[in-house]
Design a protein around this ligand. Structure first.
Ligand code: MET
Ligand SMILES: [Zn+2]
Ligand SMILES: [Zn+2]
Length: 426
């Protein structure tokens, strides 16, 4: 089981399990993960905070149970794929002549989940014994908000008992040779704006139709979007440092058996936007902008901020979301960078993750959480057609995690210097 071909076969097996929304096959993914745990001699626990949504926790016990543990997190679900638009079917995990493995989840993030396990397999066969306990968590539903997965785990008694001191979660592929490391992420808002207006004959020009009301809002959103995008285009800020707004659906019209009624102006129209807000942005003023400019009641508009507002977990505090220190003040940061370099990997500047991950639920507890997926020299294809990861890059990532897990699991806080100790006494 040490040869690359077995390693790649196991990766393919995991990728071939269709865990795409809206009907992820969590039974099959759980069975697969539990069988891997068994072959690795890891303790396992399956938590079902919500029926049919298994959170799997694997445990590699450390010699010192008093030290805070390490949690290596990944999500088991993937976003849907349009099968006929892929060159290789998204759940075949086909490997082409150049070693590229095509599959939904190859980058986001089944690679990471299994790389953790392969790294542990190697460390175990090398006789490595962890000082700190290492947990490997596999959570459901990240792609639909994580409410029945990581959010419930973070709130649970079971998690408290794990005494976690550091969480690793997903990052992004890097098109160049530098691995990317993320210390924070943007906060997601899923906004739906709705316009109502007088219906009327398709030929009539009049003010305040639902469509006109909605279009004026869309124009306003687009101006804001352009202003943010310009800052990125000018090279003044990174993608994760501005507010992104993208329209993701439009819903309007009076349906007919052949499509839509063409000579009626409808009385309702809706648009949906994916918005991502950097940690230091003023959430309050954005909500005011939405209420005053994008969905003003004076133009018969209403808006909803979706599941995040209702669940109250991320959005309605109006505080700045928690971030993890990305410098030497955080030993986990230095250890990670050091471990990657030790394994001959290169590291880019600390970044804000432009999308969102389950790491936010752990950061909100005050825990350090770092986003990292070891994929260098790889185009960024998450949520895209033809998502792939090269097998050599996958194997390289296992070496990187071997180095990281070895450093993390061996880390014992240095005893204070005499100076520090005396200062503590004062
Ligand atoms: C908004 S919940 C997170 C889902 C997914 N990871 C995304 O960033 O879109
Ligand atoms: Zn994703
Ligand atoms: Zn992901």
């Amino acid at each position: 089981s040490k040869t690359p071909s077995n390693i790649i076969t196991r990766f393919q097996q995991y990728l071939q399990i269709n865990t795409a929304h809206p009907n992820p096959n969590y039974t099959q993914s759980s069975n697969f993960i539990l069988s891997q745990a068994k072959s690795l001699n890891l303790e396992s626990q399956t938590l079902e905070f919500v029926k049919g949504k298994p959170v799997i926790i694997l445990k590699w016990s450390g010699k010192n149970q008093n030290l805070p543990s390490i949690m290596l997190n990944s999500h088991t679900d993937v976003v849907p794929a349009e099968f006929h638009k892929w060159v290789h079917s998204p759940f075949d995990a086909h490997i082409d002549g150049g070693g590229d493995i095509y599959a939904r989840g190859s980058q986001d993030m089944k690679c990471v989940g299994l790389q953790y396990l392969e790294a542990i397999r190697r460390l175990k066969s090398d006789g490595f014994e962890p000082v700190r306990t290492v947990y490997v968590s596999f959570v459901p539903d990240e792609e639909i908000g994580g409410h029945d997965g990581a959010e419930k785990l973070a709130e649970s008694e079971a998690f408290k008992k794990m005494n976690v001191g550091i969480v690793l979660d997903e990052g992004l592929a890097s098109p160049n040779e530098n691995y990317r490391i993320f210390y924070a992420e943007r906060c997601p808002w899923w906004l739906v704006i709705k316009a109502t207006g007088a219906p009327g004959h398709g030929s009539k020009l009049y003010d305040n139709s639902a469509m006109e009301n909605l279009l004026r809002s869309i124009e306003s959103v687009r101006r804001f979007r352009a202003s943010q995008f310009d800052v990125v285009k000018a090279g003044l800020k990174a993608e994760g440092e501005v507010i992104s707004v993208n329209m993701v659906f439009l819903k309007a019209g009076t349906p007919s058996p052949t499509g839509f009624v063409m000579n009626m102006q409808p009385s309702e129209a809706e648009a949906g936007f994916d918005i991502r807000i950097p940690p230091n942005a003023d959430q309050k003023s954005l909500e005011e902008r939405i209420a005053q400019e994008w969905a003003p009641s004076s133009r018969n508009m209403t808006f909803e901020l979706g599941q995040f507002k209702q669940k109250g977990s991320v959005h309605d505090k109006f505080g700045n979301p928690a971030i993890t220190a990305a410098d030497n003040s955080n030993p986990w940061w230095s250890l990670l960078v050091g471990a990657i370099k030790k394994a001959n990997g290169k590291v880019g500047k600390p970044e804000i993750f432009p999308a969102s991950t389950d790491a936010r639920y752990f950061r909100e507890l005050g825990l350090p959480a770092i986003g990292f997926s070891p994929m260098a020299n790889t185009p960024i294809l998450l949520h895209d057609h033809n998502e792939f990861l090269n097998q050599a890059e996958y194997l390289r990532g296992i070496e990187i995690y071997e180095s990281i897990i070895a450093e993390y699991a061996s880390y014992v806080e240095p005893s204070p210097t005499r100076d520090e100790a005396s200062r503590a006494e004062l």
